[in-house]
Structure formats: C-alpha cells, structure tokens
Design a protein around this ligand. Structure first.
Ligand code: HEC
Length: 153
C-alpha cells in the first residue's frame, strides 16, 4: 500500500517535471521581434497608466491611483528583462546603444523608477502638492532615462 503510494507520487513528480521542462523550452526563446515589440508595448502601457494615475490622483481618487502605481512599479521590473544583447537594433527600436554600454546604470534607473512608484503610493495621499509629487516620483524618471537611453523621436 505504502509502496504503491510512493510510486504514485514519484510518477506524479516525473510527470510534472516533464510538463515544466516542455513548457519552459517552448517559451524559453522569444524572437528579437517579440522582445522589441513587447517592450515598446509595455512602455506604451505604462504611459497610459501614468496618465490615468495623474488624473485619478488629481481628482482625489487615491485608492485607484495607488493600485495603478503599483502596477507600473511591477512593469518596470519586467522591463529590465527586455533588453538582452541581441535586441540592439531592428523593428524600429528607439533604444540607444548607450543602454548596453552602461547596463548597470540603465538597470539602476529602471529599479529606481520601480521603487519610486512604491514610494509615490505611500506619500501621495498626504502630499500638499499632488502635481509636484507626481513630477518628482513618476514623470522625472521618464525624462532621466529617455534623455540618455532613448533616441529622439
Ligand atoms: C530606465 C529607462 C526608462 C524609463 C524609466 C522610462 N522609459 Fe520610456 N523608453 C525607454 C526606452 C529605452 C525606450 C525605447 C524602447 C524601444 O524602442 O525599443 C522607451 C520607449 C518609450 C515609449 C515608446 C514606446 C513605443 O511604442 O515605441 C513611450 C511612450 C515611453 N517610453 C514612455 C515612458 C514614460 C511615460 C515613462 C515614465 C512614466 C518612461 N517611458 C520611463 C526607457 C525608459
């Protein structure tokens, strides 16, 4: 009885392992096109979220604006993975070579942008000047990064 059970468990583990390996290898290598288009889409998404954050916070709807701030924070973390070495050109990318020449600086800006959104969610409600707070913790990061790492458009 116990032996049957052990075999059952082992089979289950093996099966899970095979499925996981299969699904990972099926998804492990997105094409250059998918990566570049994927990051553009995510930046565009963050832009529309940022505009909604601005309008909600200005109206005093802090609950909804805060959850969007946290969503933006997560998107920045995901974006860090969207700049592998083989995606320096093609598919109308506006990413500059300076990204790969200063990868640590670029990644740190991305991380700072992410943690600033968490900070923003903490301070927005008690802030005296909503516009200035949004500028400081959200919009200024876009400019800081674009001025060095994104081609003029
Ligand atoms: C740490 C760097 C960094 C930060 C922070 C950042 N961006 Fe960008 N952004 C980029 C890079 C690099 C590109 C070019 C991506 C490409 O074309 O492959 C880009 C592209 C874009 C695009 C164009 C997407 C497209 O469809 O081509 C928009 C819109 C955008 N960013 C908006 C924003 C906004 C708004 C913020 C702040 C709320 C922001 N970004 C913050 C680096 C950054």
């Amino acid at each position: 009885m116990l032996r049957n059970y052990t075999i059952y468990i082992l089979k289950y583990i093996c099966f899970t392992f095979v499925i996981l390996t299969f699904s990972f290898s099926a998804n492990s290598e997105p094409s250059v096109e998918e990566i570049i288009k994927g990051r553009k889409a995510l930046f565009s998404k963050n832009y529309s979220i940022a505009k909604r954050v601005q309008s909600l916070a200005s109206k005093g709807d802090f609950e909804n604006s805060k959850s969007l701030m946290l969503e933006m924070s997560e998107n920045y973390k995901i974006l860090i993975e969207y700049f592998p070495d083989n995606t320096k050109e093609g598919f109308k990318t506006e990413a500059l070579p300076s990204i790969w020449e200063n990868k640590d600086e670029f990644n740190n800006l991305m991380k700072k942008s992410s943690t600033d959104m968490i900070e923003l969610a903490k301070v927005i409600e008690s802030s005296d000047d909503i516009r200035a707070t949004l500028q400081k913790f959200m919009w200024s990061n876009c400019k800081a990064c674009h001025s060095k790492f994104r081609a003029p458009h």
